[in-house]
Design a protein around this ligand. Structure first.
Ligand code: ADP
Length: 448
């Protein structure tokens, strides 16, 4: 018996995204929500809805016992965790499987390995992926750190093994700063992640962030779906993503793509994953792997025509990959703008009542959002309220359409990042695809 009812253990646009894929496959959905999300669009659209707790994520979207109970009560035979929350919690994945519920995600052991950045780097290196030069695993003493830093050359970066979401890293400019920075990083990591393991990495001066989408069937078959360029970041948070990367040639794509696909096949990786690299002067350096669906997955869907959530559900159901590598073609160009409820230039959150809402439309325009007029954006969660994804046959055409689509979006009652995206699309560097991970912060600094 295949999957017939999926519990969606998430909220916001991604919960809606999962609901849509499920319904297109004739699968029922169960929404679980906090009291703050009772009026959310995906809760309204789901076949069943269960309130699992108060607003605080710890008591609701991270409440494993409540989610498992909801699955049992509603008769769900699979759980999709979306991104964030419990999506990269290996223990939760194990608990789900112990309850004979299908986990729409990677094997728990792979989530665990890749969730520890030291282990992830070791594994990636063993699989033949190029690494950022750095310590061989965790740093056990200041003397060892000093030796490694000397060898790779300053500036270096100290990173927490359990870090994530851009947190838990620190740049160390010179040898004089090393001891205090490492000590501080360790105590911060202990406080934030309950694990004071840290490691050192060469700090790359001006790289791009280029990541590859991979997919495995768990039985030794894997494909890659090309790359996404996510170099436009603020505080290590992605703001706008595009596929393909403006700097990668078809040969480089094929070369790196087959390396990552081969690595995933060797691992026996199951489901969707993203392998993140920094890219500088034509060289790739592995930084981490995310064992889940990414926020920016729609740009890959736009240029390949593959529905990644549908593929995730199929694989969890024990079906083979629906496409072979030689059937995957990269066509045209896609850009995603993350639209947050916040001031576009000082980034202060702006939750509250959405008084008017009109989504952009037209050819090759996709809006993933749970917004509607009269919806109140709760203050408790991530500020991303919509994703605008636009496709064009060329990058230039895509940008022209994206400008038009941004102009058409109407969200009133709260501040949004739409004006930021509009300003970015007037910048010659962005139009030329000429930007690194440093670009946005420098540009914002100059505006002040
Ligand atoms: P997280 O899991 O917190 O997202 P990552 O390892 O993916 O951490 O790094 C997040 C971002 O930090 C990268 O996209 C990049 O902007 C920056 N970064 C990470 N490692 C380095 C490095 N060695 N040199 C320069 N910047 C880096």
């Amino acid at each position: 018996m295949g999957i017939s009812r999926i519990l969606i253990a998430n909220r916001g646009e991604i919960a809606l995204r999962i609901h849509r894929a499920a319904h297109e496959m004739g699968i029922e959905t169960v929404a679980v929500h906090s009291t703050a999300d009772a009026d959310a669009m995906h809760v309204r659209l789901a076949d069943h809805a269960i309130c699992i707790g108060p607003p605080s994520a710890t008591d609701s979207y991270l409440n494993q016992a409540a989610i498992i109970s909801a699955a049992e009560i509603s008769g769900a035979d699979a759980i999709h965790p979306g991104y964030g929350f419990l999506s990269e919690n290996a223990q939760f994945a194990e608990i789900v499987e112990t309850h004979d519920i299908k986990w729409i995600g990677p094997k728990p052991e792979h989530i665990r390995t890749m969730g520890d950045k030291v282990e992830a780097k070791r594994t990636a290196g063993a699989l033949g992926l190029p690494l950022v030069p750095g310590s061989d695993g965790a740093i056990s003493s200041i003397e060892e750190a000093a030796e490694v830093a000397e060898q790779i050359g300053y500036p270096v970066l100290v990173k927490a093994a359990s870090g994530g979401g851009g947190r838990g890293m620190k740049v160390i400019p010179t040898a004089a700063d090393l001891a205090s920075a490492v000590a501080q990083a360790k105590s911060e990591a202990k406080a934030a992640f309950g694990d004071d393991t840290v490691y050192l990495e060469k700090y790359l001066g001006n790289p791009r962030h280029i990541e590859f989408q991979v997919f495995g069937d768990g039985n030794g078959n894997a494909v890659h779906l090309g790359e996404r360029d996510c170099s436009l970041q603020r505080r290590h948070q992605k703001v706008l993503e595009e596929a393909p990367s403006p700097v990668l040639s078809q040969e480089e794509r094929q070369r790196m793509g087959s390396i990552v696909a081969k690595a995933m096949a060797e691992m026996g990786y199951r489901g969707a994953g993203t392998i993140e690299f920094l890219w500088e002067n034509g060289e790739f350096y592995f930084i981490e792997m995310n064992t889940r669906l990414q926020v920016e997955h729609p740009v890959t869907e736009a240029i390949t025509g593959v529905d990644l959530v549908r593929e995730q559900i199929r694989i969890a159901d024990g079906k083979p990959l629906s496409v072979q590598q030689d059937e995957i073609e990269f066509k045209g160009h896609a850009i995603e703008c993350r639209i947050n409820a916040e001031d576009p230039f000082n980034f202060i959150p702006s939750p509250g009542l959405v008084t008017t809402y009109h989504a952009a439309g037209g050819m090759h325009v996709r809006v993933d959002s749970g917004l509607y007029a009269g919806y109140r954006i709760p203050p408790y969660y991530d500020s991303m309220i919509a994703k605008l994804i636009v496709y064009g046959r060329t990058r230039e055409g895509c940008i022209m359409r994206l400008r038009r689509a941004l102009e058409e979006m109407v969200i009133e009652g709260v501040k949004t990042s739409i004006p930021l995206h509009e300003a970015l699309l007037n910048e010659p560097d962005i139009l030329d695809g000429n930007y690194s991970i440093k670009w946005l912060e420098e540009w914002l600094g100059e505006r002040e």
